[in-house]
Design a protein around this ligand. Structure first.
Ligand code: C2O
Ligand code: CU
Length: 542
């Protein structure tokens, strides 16, 4: 049942996929890692033992961690990494989340194999806003490289080019039987006819937004990012890295077996991605013909932007039931470009980015770099010179972000650590503006410490005077990761009532590695319950 203490032993384990074997970093030897099950309102303590060879941190993705960024986990943002041989105990307080979220490593590319689901049941004596499902099935998407993931990372950072694409997409750690040499590696969902199951879906893939569907079955989305949504029934879903979904599946077809399939949605010109299909098998317990081949479901094409955004923008929240309502009067406006850029290649080197450059990414033209000690400690102990304030304002002059010609100042970003300082209690609106610098891409933008309302989406340039008139202030979804459409924008709102240092970044791992991130520092409020808690005694030293 429910435990309040967990041991996470981070260690290497040998795994074979696609007929090739390698050591991967795991928690407790498992891939994907252990599922955590709690009730809304619970607090748990996790002892993280680093018995591997790499620095590691663990992040509780989508957990607000009220007043306690000390347990949030992103390396060099809220803590220094746990070094091999060391232990750190994290307190994880579930305050409002209900549904499915996840945990993952937040140090270099270790999250490729170090991740797992978190299932948050309704508070004791309360219930789901839908009939209680007969069973629950976690579905965790991942990506598998035959080579060592740490080598994939080192190679592309050193070359300046793009990372090698993964060799397979996985469902609960299994590629499914459509890959070469993967016949026995298929996850099976066993169901009884007439029953309803709750799929707890996590996209833990590193660099892929995914379409997923199940042959002959409809999917009813009832929650996103551990917040319930209005039920929405579709033939397929589209889910970005960082997002999680609660989905009802009615086993209401002929007893047989059916494919669940997923593949990438990707739009960038000249961007390589894994265009393969991963599968699992939905198997009715009553009967199926083991000799028949299950049929594949329909999936939108990899570049079908309207299929992706028809789905994403149709999700509706349940107004004001799980929140204090959408902030209407905004006093902190932030607009940020999110761009892929390049840096010139240093002399005497050959770089593998476009035209011999180094690939980079930025927000408002700052390509964020790691600091030597974490920003949270620098802020808390007033250590100067670690980071800078003054996240740049959006350029005042008008130009076309998503067209072809852009000012030179936007082509090459600046490396830096400029954070955005926000007053406690501010009503914040943040508009992400995609650009078409190197290529236009969709970016799943994630904010730590908060969930936020997605009040608007659009293609092209954000229009400050017209677009806000079409915002959804009635039933916007409440999420922790918003997918900004290719060559478009998305607007989010939240009330800054969680003091601390909170990471904000693209959840496509390669973009995070290239610097598409910044930090929000939310100051303390006046009341004693509006201030940052003190650090635990065992914070890992730098
Ligand atoms: Cu899944 Cu920084 O997050
Ligand atoms: Cu991105």
């Amino acid at each position: 049942r429910i435990r309040s203490h967990y041991n996470f032993v981070v260690k290497e384990a040998r795994y074979t996929r696609l007929c090739s074997t390698k050591n991967i970093l795991t928690v407790n030897g498992k891939f994907p890692g252990p599922t955590i099950r709690v009730y809304n309102g619970d607090t748990i303590y996790v002892n993280v033992y680093n018995k591997g060879n790499y620095n590691i941190t663990i992040h509780w993705h989508g957990v607000k961690q009220p007043r306690n960024p000390w347990s949030d986990g992103p390396e060099y943002i809220t803590q220094c990494p746990i070094q091999p041989g060391e232990i750190f105990t994290q307190k994880v307080a579930f305050s409002v989340e209900e549904g499915t979220i996840w945990w993952h490593a937040h140090s270099d590319w270790t999250r490729a194999t170090v991740h797992g689901a978190i299932i948050i049941y309704p508070k004791i004596n309360s219930s789901y806003p839908f009939p209680k499902p007969y069973g629950e099935i976690p579905i965790i998407f991942g990506e598998w490289w035959k080579s060592d993931v740490n080598e994939v990372l080192t190679e592309f950072i050193e070359s300046g080019g793009a990372p090698n694409i993964s060799d397979a997409i996985t469902i609960n750690g299994q590629p499914g039987d459509l890959y070469p040499c993967s016949k026995s590696e298929t996850f099976k969902l066993r169901v009884e006819q007439g029953k309803t199951y709750l799929l707890r879906v996590v996209n833990a893939a590193m660099n892929l937004i995914l379409f997923m569907s199940i042959a002959k079955h409809k999917l009813t989305v009832v929650g996103v990012d551990a917040m319930y949504t209005k039920p929405m029934t579709r033939d397929y879903i589209c889910i970005s890295p960082g997002n999680t979904m609660d989905i009802l599946l009615h086993a209401n077809q002929e007893p047989d077996h059916y494919y669940m399939a997923a593949r990438a949605y990707s739009t960038g010109v000249g961007v390589d991605f894994d265009n393969t299909t991963t599968t699992a098998i939905l198997q009715y317990k009553e009967s199926y013909n083991p000799l028949s081949v299950p049929s594949l479901p329909y999936l939108p094409d990899y570049n079908d932007t309207s299929a992706a955004f028809d789905f994403i923008t149709s999700i509706r929240g349940i107004p004001d039931k799980y929140s204090n309502g959408v902030p209407k009067k905004i006093n902190t406006h932030i607009i940020s470009t999110i761009s892929i850029n390049t840096f010139p290649c240093p002399n005497n080197q050959s770089c593998e980015g476009p035209n011999g450059t180094i690939l980079a990414a930025s927000m408002n033209n700052i390509s964020f770099v790691n600091t030597n000690i974490d920003i949270l400690e620098a802020y808390y102990y007033h250590i100067h010179g670690v980071y800078k304030k003054g996240f740049p304002n959006f350029p005042r002059y008008i130009f076309n972000f998503t067209g072809d010609s852009l000012p030179l100042t936007l082509q090459t970003p600046k490396r830096g650590t400029k954070v955005k300082v926000i007053k406690y209690g501010s009503n914040v609106e943040l508009v992400y503006q995609g650009t078409n610098l190197i290529t236009g891409l969709d970016h799943p933008m994630h904010l730590h410490g908060y969930s936020f309302y997605v009040v608007g989406y659009g293609f092209g340039n954000f229009n400050k005077s017209k677009d806000p008139m079409n915002y959804n202030l009635v039933d916007p979804p409440i999420v922790n990761t918003v997918t900004v459409p290719k060559n478009g924008w998305a607007a989010i709102r939240f009330v800054a009532t969680n003091p601390g240092v909170w990471f904000l970044h693209c959840h496509l791992e390669r973009h995070l590695s290239w610097g598409m991130e910044t930090v929000f520092i939310v100051k303390n409020g006046k009341a004693s319950n509006e201030t940052l808690l003190p650090p635990p005694p065992d914070m890992p030293p730098c």
